[in-house]
Every structure is written in C-alpha cells, then in structure tokens.
Write a protein that binds this ligand. Sequence first.
Ligand code: NAP
Length: 547
Amino acid sequence: MRGTADVSNSKFVDNLLDYDVVVIGAGISGLYQLYRLRKAGFRVCILERGTGVGGTWYWNRYPGARFDSESYSYAYSFSDELLEEWDWSEHFASQPEILRYLEYVGSKFDLLKDIKFGSDVRSATYEEKDKHWKITLADGMAYTTRMLVTAMGVLSEPTFPNIKGIDSFQGDFFHTARWPKDPVTFEGKDVAVIGTGASGVQTIQEISKQVRHLTVFQRRPNWCSPLNNGPITSSEMKAIKSDYKDMFARCAESQGGFIWTIDPRGTFEVTPEERIDFWETLYHGRGMNIYQGNFRDVLVDSRANEAMSDFMAKKIRTRVDDPEIADLLIPKDHGFGTRRVPLETGYYETYNRANVDLIDLNKTPILEITPEGILTSEKEHKTDQIIYATGFNAITGSFDRIDIRGVGGLTLKAQWDRKLETFLAVQVVNFPNFLMVMGPQGLGGNHPRNIEYNVEWITSLLEYMRSENLSEVEPTSEAIRFWSNHIMEKSAASLSNKVDSWMTGVNHNVEGKDTRLIGARYGGSVQSYRGLCDSVAAGSYKEMVFS
Ligand code: NAP
C-alpha cells in the first residue's frame, strides 16, 4: 500500500472531484465505457478531441474507407435491442454507414450529454496526495477525476513522412486519417498517393476511377487479398440476426475474435491438390478468412508461409497485365500475413489502368516534396494533390502526445521509452488509477470484441473498488513482470514478430521507433487473454495494490 492512506475514511466517490471517471475518446471503446460506467452509477464523462463520436470512423473518412471485418461481427454485441434494430447494408460497411451506426448508438443510449467534444487533452497529472488525476485541455479547461480511463485507440496518431520540403507543397494535401469533412474533388486532377498499407490500398482502388492521373509511391508492397464484399439482403440480415448469439460465441472461441477460426490441419498434411483447392476457396471467400481461417501453421511455420506466399504471388501475376508491375507488387521482404493483410476490391487491376503509374521508391527514392510535386532520384512528378496514406504512430502514439505524469512526476512516455510494460494491457506501474481500454501489449484481432471485454473488466474493477471503499489502485511490479514474460512466450512462435510493421511498433517516421518492439502486442488467443483477466478478477485482484 502506498503512503499513509486512511483506508477506513477513503471513498471512491469524492464529491469534491468533478468526476469519478474521465474517459478520453468517444470511439467504439469510449462510448461503451461511458455506457457501462454510467449504468453502474459512476459520475463519468468523455473528453473527445473531435466534434463528433466515432473515433477511428470519425477521422478516417478517406474515399473507400470501410470495414474489412464483417459488419455484423465488428459492431457492438452488448445490446439485444441494438442488434435487432440495426440493419447493415453490406457485408463490409463503408465509413459513412459505420459513422451513422455509432451516432445512432450515441443517441439511442443518450451518451452525447456526457461527451465534451472539442476537448484536446494535453496533460494528465496524478496528484498523489489527493489520489486523483488533474486533466488539462488545450483551451486551458481542467478537470479532476478519481480514475482516468484512456479509450484512445491503437491507431489514432497519424504520421506524415519525414521527407524534406514537405511543407513547401502548394497543392492540396491530405492524410487518410485526417480526411476533411467537406468532399474532395478528384475529377480532372493529377493525384499522388504515398503509402500502400490498408488505408492506401482502399484509397488507391477507389480514386483511380475518378482522377485524371494517379501516381502511387510504394516503398514496400503488402500481400493484399480480395474482400469479396456484397450487399446484405433483408433475408440475409434476418438470418444474421437470428445467429448473433452463436456468432459472438464463435468469435470468443477463435484465436483473434473473428468469425473465422484457424483450420486445424497443417499445410503439408493435405495433398497439393487439396491445399490449392482450400486456398482457392479462401481467396474467393469473404474478408479475413484467408488470413484468420487458414491452415494452422501458415502464420508460424516459414515453409508453410512460403507456400502460401507463392500461391498469393501467382494470383497477383494473373491479375496484373504488366509482369514488371506485378513483380513490384509482390512483397519480397515478408511472407503472407506477417504484416496486416490489406483487403482489396480490384486493387491489383488498378495497375492495369492507363491513368495509373506505380513508382518503386526502392529504385527511385523520394528526395523531397517540392512546391509542385514529388521529386524522386529519377524526376519531379508534378501533381495537384498529395495523399499521405503513411500510417500511424501506432500503439503508444496517442499516449505520447499527452503529457501523462504518474507518481513522482514521471512521464509515461519516459517510462515506456525505457521499457514498454503494462499489466494485462490495462494498467501501468507508477500510474495509479490509470486504466486503458486496448492499451499496449493487448490483443489485436477483432477490436470491438476485445473492447467490449476490456470495458466490462475495467467496470468490474471499479465496482469492486467502490464496494470495498478503495480509492487507489496500481499493479504490482511482479504482475508487470509476469505480463511481460507472458507476452514474450505467447509471441515467440509468430512470424509477424520478425517483421517490421506498426504491429511490432516500427515507424521510421517517428524518432526512436525505428526498431522492432517485441512484445508490443499480445500474441495469445482471445480465450487465453480472457482466461487470465478473469482469473485476476476472480482472485480479488491480488496482482494489484489498493489503498
Ligand atoms: P500502414 O499499414 O502503417 O501503412 C503505411 C504506408 O505508408 C506503408 O506502405 C509505408 O511503407 C508507407 N510509408 C510510411 N512512411 C513512408 C515514407 N517516409 N516514404 C514512403 N512510404 C512511407 O498504415 P495504414 O495503411 O494506415 O494502416 C494501418 C492499419 O490500420 C492497418 O494495418 C489496419 O490494421 C488498420 N486499417 C484498417 C482498415 C479497415 O479495417 N478497413 C483500413 C485501413 C487501415 P513501408 O511499408 O515501407 O513502411
């Protein structure tokens, strides 16, 4: 126990504080956290930087943005009424529909009245004597709260490339994750896109049909697989609704929380014909089945992974007319599924269009952005617009931008720069009363499924503290060590840990993030994560110190 807390007098609810709980972020995590905590009787509010709800789906309104997990599996499951009321129009809903859904959730559960929009949190300091957090916004407003819950998302701090002259460009430029609300016109325009991750792929395939000319600047290609989207008929929606309970149960039993489960067979345990037939079926099936429902060894065994990558390379070669362009689009530095697989709709055929060029930045790197375009080692590519699909300062970026100070004034950034450590991806040592929904070292996979679990777990912890009259909580150092070791064990087999990507914490545009951070994410299954979190709760949180 820290300090000299008078346990008998301490109360979780302190009327001198503005709030019992402040949540940062009104995305899928924050909205549900607000709903749960308010229902549990806490004084809670959300501080949200944007002017509306939606988080990821508020900011990423670039052309072509859509779910690449099935809409019905990637939405909330907590309310039967909501499940019954909401009809999805497509298997993979587009961003406008997703945003409408989240706005609907906000109104239906009357959440908006407790959300302070336009609140740009700049600092959060734990005041040890009073055991509370003081939060300050960019406009000078300040709030005090007993507990601080971050619901800021894993991918919310966009990064621009660190290229010379980037501010000199005289045309319009956009980042996919900060897309303007007003429509952007591409007709008759020459447009450049830098970046070929999932955001770049969705943007490129969409705008190539509208622009006069599109130049794609690619550093590393990704293994993209077909989304195979389609409309949902009313009878299909009816069937989906009647299956919701079983579907969510299947998600909870899968490795990543998706509706797809890994095939128990090994790649070489079947005949070559069966193998190809299976992969063909996956390739023509929906969404992530090829990524999340493949043979059990594809993401952990290099030989199996190579065979799968060969299959995907052949697909690219058959879809792209020019063999040299096809070759440029085939990843050489990593195998299938070891970086996040972008889901595409006609992406490869985009490069068969006369108005699209692909520039290989490995052969002709960008030297600088000029007032009129992009100068590579070969020539200046003049353009009207530049779209940066250059990704995020992932996992810790949203924390880094806020001056978060725990015990003794230590900043979270300094602590994590030394070593990224959490307990269950929810708590951090030296940062009492600080809880994270989907924090670092947490599950990837189907975020809404994992968010709901995290939110409910956090809510139960706060209810426990209130019932026990506890006003402060922090994980023990032993608990942190346990989690770090566990993360390493669970990640050891995964081939993706050997590859640079946002999932391994690498972003060459951010100082200090140019090396792989093993243990940035939890490599175990949904059941294994939940099993551990459940056992901590069932054991009355003995991995934590309370006062
Ligand atoms: P990303 O995967 O990190 O891709 C960023 C791209 O920008 C990469 O191609 C990268 O090249 C390139 N890049 C970065 N800096 C560069 C530079 N200085 N010069 C040239 N190229 C540069 O980011 P993202 O595409 O936004 O996707 C991030 C994640 O968001 C995805 O993996 C996915 O999890 C999620 N997402 C989901 C959806 C969906 O569900 N529908 C859609 C979009 C995104 P290198 O690879 O060479 O670094």
